[in-house]
Design a protein around this ligand. Structure first.
Ligand code: MG
Ligand code: ZN
Length: 198
């Protein structure tokens, strides 16, 4: 990846940033961040990463909640992050159901392609963080590097044992962020010359 390209991380939402539910997250009250996840996003921002979310939200297509509810959830996300000095660039979501056969519902890669277009971003090598196989598959299809977290459906996903080659596993988003930031630090320490004495 060229040095000039801004660094991005693409996250799934439910089960990665906020607690998941088998009954869908339908209201801002049901949208509850996973402990340490907003701090992790803020830490990534501080380390120079721009964070984007790519999320299947078939609850809209199923008529379980309205766009206004989704917007209110994301207001809660943005405010929580702002309190910590963090931000996400955008939340890209697929509102469709499987029956719609759209191009954006993960494991299809449409959301990722939208992100690439919006930010003029070369997706190859960008870390994708998810708790479900389809998150990782959607990213891998466009060259992203897969990272599984064990929050949400992550343990179930790990135990199925069908992860894309090269998937790295982290306890949660905070552990992923620490790993990514520490790795960068190590890389910089190795590649920059030692400071010389005056
Ligand atoms: Mg998820
Ligand atoms: Zn879709």
């Amino acid at each position: 990846m060229p040095q000039s390209q801004p660094r991005f991380v693409i996250l799934d939402r439910d089960g990665v940033v906020n607690l998941d539910s088998d009954h869908f997250i339908k209201t801002p009250d049901e949208w509850v961040p996973i402990a340490g996840s907003l701090e992790a996003i803020a830490a990534l921002n501080q380390a120079g990463y721009r964070v984007v979310i790519a999320s299947n939200q078939s609850g809209i297509g199923r008529g379980l909640f309205e766009m206004s509810a989704l917007n209110a959830m994301h207001e809660k996300l943005y405010k929580g992050l702002a309190n910590l000095g963090g931000r996400v660039e955008a939340v890209f979501f697929c509102p469709h159901t499987a029956a719609d056969n759209c191009d954006c519902r993960k494991p299809k890669s449409g959301l990722f392609e939208q992100i690439g277009e919006r930010f003029g971003l070369e997706l190859r090598g960008v870390p994708v963080v998810g708790d479900s196989l389809r998150d990782l598959e959607a990213g891998v299809a466009v060259g992203c590097i897969p990272h599984l977290v064990l929050t949400g459906k992550g343990v179930k996903t790990r135990d199925k044992g069908t992860l894309p080659a090269g998937t790295r596993i982290h306890d949660d988003l905070a552990a992923f962020a620490r790993w990514l930031i520490a790795g960068d630090g190590a890389h910089k320490a190795l590649s920059s010359p030692a400071p010389s004495a005056p």
